[in-house]
Design a protein around this ligand. Structure first.
Ligand SMILES: Cc1cc2nc3c(=O)[nH]c(=O)nc-3n(C[C@H](O)[C@H](O)[C@H](O)COP(=O)(O)OP(=O)(O)OC[C@H]3O[C@@H](n4cnc5c(N)ncnc54)[C@H](O)[C@@H]3O)c2cc1C
Length: 313
């Protein structure tokens, strides 16, 4: 079968399909380190993705898979505690059941009145995508650069993991870019992540990795530009320094913008020989293993059982 797309969603699907005994060829216009996935911060957190019930189930499966991957240092996955801060008191989040360790946090930076601390996966995307790509090859799959105008035909089963490219490859204009800018600063000894999802200027987060710290961010709907804006970077660093003051003096290494493939709901459904798996918005890493498991299940069942089913809508 053919997997279209070499971002985190396509590669995870390819790995699970190969593990299930399928023969898999991955084709993609952008290779793993050139994708949106390479820009993701990335923590396992169900941000900007729906529908809630399926997202919660997919997140739970991914959480367990990432937890297992911490045993493989070369995968670039660690489980770290961090804090999400809140400007108003709030009840527990809808996804509280997915992370085993959620608790109220009382030690908060100035300006915040509530917060949750919990342990989740921090995934160092360039390392992780390289590991996933290698895993595809080790399992006997292939990975080829190919810019497609249509989904491949010819009778092979196809898994469409084209992200924003599904506007063309799924004829689906409900997939829209939501741009996110990040600044990478030198690692200054940070060992927990911080998140403020309620800032009017955009989600603000500080995520430690082995050699740097990812500082974000923005989410601008309908924005196609991948050019980092200096004034946006200043705003990101200023907001982030309210969470972690050391950010204001850390050396900036580089800037990046990625385009999240947002859709009102994730599309994960089978249509004949094609399984569509795209529209993961701000949570493609978070949902990756859960969705990959479901893709394998969909391809294991008879065509008629799922043909034309619009499960996500
Ligand atoms: C700043 C930022 C921070 C983020 N942080 C997080 C986070 O903390 N946690 C989290 O879970 N998510 C996060 N995300 C979201 C995450 O990055 C996306 O949800 C995820 O990358 C989507 O993965 P994907 O594989 O579907 O798409 P992509 O990574 O975009 O991959 C799509 C693939 O399809 C291929 N393709 C498209 N069109 C064609 C075509 N015509 N022919 C051939 N190939 C084609 C592309 O070349 C590419 O290989 C973040 C995103 C951004 C921008």
């Amino acid at each position: 079968m053919i997997v279209v797309g070499a971002g985190v969603v396509g590669l995870s699907c390819a790995v699970r399909l190969l593990e299930a005994g399928h023969r898999v060829d991955v084709v993609a216009r952008d290779l793993p380190l050139e994708t949106t996935s390479a820009v993701a911060a990335a923590i396992c957190y169900p941000y900007r993705a729906a529908p809630q019930d399926r997202v919660a189930a997919w997140t739970a499966r991914s959480y367990a898979a990432f937890d297992e991957l911490t045993a493989e240092p070369e995968a670039g996955v660690s489980m770290l505690e961090g804090t999400e801060v809140l400007r108003t008191p709030e009840p527990d989040p809808w996804w509280a059941g997915v992370v085993p360790s959620l608790r109220r946090e009382t030690a908060l930076p100035d300006g915040y009145v509530d917060g949750w601390a919990f342990t989740t996966a921090v995934v160092e995307m360039p390392v992780y995508l390289a590991w996933l790509g290698q895993r595809v090859l080790e399992l006997g799959g292939t990975l080829t650069r190919l810019n497609l105008r249509d989904l491949p035909g010819g009778g092979d089963a196809v898994v469409n993991c084209s992200g924003l490219g599904a506007r063309l490859l799924g004829a689906d204009t409900s997939v829209q870019p939501v741009s996110g800018q990040v600044v990478y600063v030198e690692q200054f000894g940070l060992d927990r992540w911080w998140l403020d999802g309620g800032s009017p200027e955009g989600p603000t987060y500080v995520i430690p990795r082995s050699h740097d710290v990812v500082v974000g961010g923005t989410d601008v709907e309908g924005d196609w530009s991948r050019t980092p804006a200096p004034e946006t970077a200043d705003s990101i660093l200023e907001r982030a320094a309210r969470l972690v003051p050391e950010v204001s003096t850390a050396r900036v290494i580089r800037h990046k913008v990625g385009l999240r493939p947002a859709r009102p709901t994730v599309r994960l459904e089978r249509e004949g020989q094609v399984v569509h798996c795209y529209g993961h918005g701000g949570a493609g890493v978070t949902l990756s293993w859960g969705c990959a498991d479901e893709v394998v299940e969909l391809l294991a069942s008879p065509v008629q059982a799922h043909s034309g089913r619009h499960a996500a809508e």
